[in-house]
Design a protein around this ligand. Structure first.
Ligand code: HEM
Length: 222
C-alpha cells in the first residue's frame, strides 16, 4: 500500500494536487470576478460588499486556505514542469491528437502562471495593503475601495498592465480548466469535447469579466 506522502510525491499524486489546487483557484477567481462586478452597480454596493467580506467570521480561515492553495499550486506546477522537460516531450495534458494539437496555452502554463503570480503580489500590495480611505454609509464607516480603484485605474499604464495580466490569466485558465478535469479523473473520451468547451467558456468569462472592470473605470468613471 502506498503511504499518503508517497502518493503526493508520485507523478499521479502531483498531477492530482495540481488538479485540486487549480480547480480551487479557478473557483476563487470566478467568485472574485463576479463580486467585482458590483462596481457596475454603484460605489456603495461595491464598498459594502468589500466591507462584508473583510468583516466575515471566516475571512482568516478563507485567506489561509487561499495561501495554501497558491503555494502548493506554484511548488507542484514548477516541479511538474521541470520533470516534464527532463523527460523531454512527455505530455501530461489533455490534447486531441499528437504534438500539433498541443496548444499555445498548454506550452506556456509556467509563463502565464508566473505572470499571474507576479500580478497577484502587486495586486495585494496595491489593494489589500494600499491606501486606506474611509466613507460613511448610514452611520457605518467602511473602507472606500472604490476611491482607491478610481485612483489606480486613472493611469493608462496601470490599466494596460492589468488587462495584459488578465489576458495571460485567460490563457492559463483556457488550458488549465480542461487539464484539471483530466487530472481529477474525467478522462473518458465521451466527456472530452464538453470539457474542452467548458474550459474555453470559463476562461473567456473570467478573463473578459476582469478586463472589463479597469476599462470601464478608465473610460467611464474617471
Ligand atoms: C489565480 C491563479 C491561478 C489559477 C486560477 C490557476 C489555475 C490552474 C489550473 C486550473 C491548472 C490545471 C491543473 C491541472 O493540470 O490539473 C493550472 C496548471 C498550472 N499552473 Fe496554474 N493557476 C494559477 C496560478 C498559477 C501560478 C501563480 C503559477 C506559478 C508558476 C502557476 C503555474 C501552473 C503550471 C506550471 C501549471 C501546469 C502544471 C502541469 O504541468 O501540469 N499557476 N493552473
Amino acid at each position: 500500500m502506498t503511504s499518503r506522502s508517497g502518493f503526493f510525491s508520485s507523478s499521479v499524486g502531483k498531477k492530482y494536487l495540481m488538479g485540486v489546487t487549480g480547480a480551487g483557484l479557478s473557483l476563487f477567481v470566478l467568485a472574485h470576478m463576479l463580486g467585482n462586478m458590483l462596481l457596475f452597480v454603484s460605489p456603495e454596493a461595491y464598498n459594502l460588499y468589500g466591507h462584508t467580506l473583510i468583516h466575515s467570521k471566516f475571512i482568516y480561515f478563507f485567506e489561509a486556505g487561499l495561501i495554501v492553495l497558491f503555494l502548493l499550486h506554484i511548488i507542484y506546477g514548477v516541479t511538474l514542469t521541470l520533470q516534464n522537460r527532463a523527460a523531454r516531450g512527455y505530455r501530461t495534458y489533455l490534447t486531441t491528437s499528437g504534438d500539433k494539437a498541443v496548444t499555445f496555452s498548454s506550452k506556456t502554463m509556467i509563463w502565464t502562471g508566473t505572470i499571474v503570480g507576479v500580478f497577484t503580489i502587486i495586486h495585494l500590495l496595491n489593494f489589500k495593503f494600499g491606501a486606506y480611505y474611509e466613507i460613511v454609509y448610514d452611520g457605518v464607516t467602511v473602507r472606500d475601495l472604490q476611491r482607491l480603484m478610481l485612483e489606480l485605474f486613472m493611469s493608462p499604464w496601470y490599466v494596460a498592465w492589468y488587462v495584459f495580466a488578465m489576458l495571460t490569466m485567460l490563457f492559463h485558465l483556457w488550458h488549465g480548466v480542461q487539464s484539471a478535469f483530466q487530472s481529477l479523473g474525467f478522462r473518458h473520451p465521451r466527456y472530452t469535447p464538453g470539457i474542452i468547451k467548458f474550459g474555453a467558456v470559463f476562461a473567456w468569462i473570467v478573463g473578459l469579466g476582469f478586463m472589463s472592470q479597469p476599462l470601464y473605470v478608465y473610460f467611464f468613471l474617471n
